[in-house]
Design a protein around this ligand. Structure first.
Ligand code: HEC
Ligand code: HEC
Length: 166
């Protein structure tokens, strides 16, 4: 077989192999990208495009996507209302200000010495998605990257409240 003939046979193979490999690779990455949406997993504030959105729209997005609606309802009284779950928490003095205050309290105490209710609040702070924005470190509560973005957008928890419940 001479070189020219060899190339005429081998080249189409090579080209189609690269195309097929390329498509398979592209579909793989496309699938990865689509997965969160397909599985209907919440995207975070970092993925949310705030371009042209009003403060109210941004606050509503946070409310809908970061768990506030599990305990709160929207009102026009200036403050959130409470769902049955929220009411249950409020009776145990476990509102948002109380939860955050308790988390701070626990930082000064060794974990073995936490009371039952302190333990519960630390668990709830994780379970209710607070840690997505509030970074509980060994000596203080700071903000995660998502929390920092919320702060930058002027969307602290009380600002989400006051923006939505007017
Ligand atoms: C586990 C339930 C729960 C979740 C989840 C929750 N909250 Fe709360 N929050 C409460 C309760 C209970 C109170 C206390 C309300 C009261 O005592 O009247 C409260 C109080 C507040 C307050 C103080 C003002 C007020 O209305 O009393 C703000 C602000 C607030 N929540 C914001 C938020 C935001 C923003 C989110 C979502 C990021 C959120 N909360 C998620 C239970 C929850
Ligand atoms: C989407 C991000 C986000 C989530 C989720 C979130 N927070 Fe916040 N929260 C903030 C930011 C930002 C601030 C402002 C903090 C600052 O400026 O240091 C804040 C402030 C607060 C404050 C102080 C009052 C205020 O608004 O400044 C409390 C209390 C609080 N958060 C409790 C909670 C609790 C409890 C949860 C879980 C139920 C929660 N947060 C979930 C972003 C969030």
């Amino acid at each position: 077989m001479n070189k020219r003939r060899f190339l005429m046979i081998a080249l189409p193979f090579l080209v189609s192999f690269s195309i097929v490999a390329g498509i398979i690779y592209w579909q793989g990455t496309a699938e990865q990208r689509d997965l969160p949406i397909e599985a209907n997993q919440p995207t975070t504030l970092l993925d949310y495009d705030v371009e042209g959105k009003s403060p109210r729209e941004i606050a509503k997005w946070i409310y809908d996507n970061h768990g506030c609606g599990e305990c709160h309802t929207l009102t026009n009284t200036g403050l959130f209302g409470l769902t049955p779950l929220g009411q249950e928490r409020a009776e145990g003095f476990e509102g948002c200000p109380g939860m955050l205050a308790t988390v701070w309290e626990t930082l000064a105490i060794a974990e073995e010495e936490w009371t039952q209710s302190q333990r519960k609040v630390r668990g709830d702070f994780v379970d209710f998605g607070c840690v997505l924005c509030h970074d509980v470190g060994p000596t203080g509560v700071g903000l995660t990257e998502i929390g920092a973005r919320a702060a930058l957008l002027h969307m602290s928890c009380s600002e989400v409240d006051s923006t939505l419940n007017r």
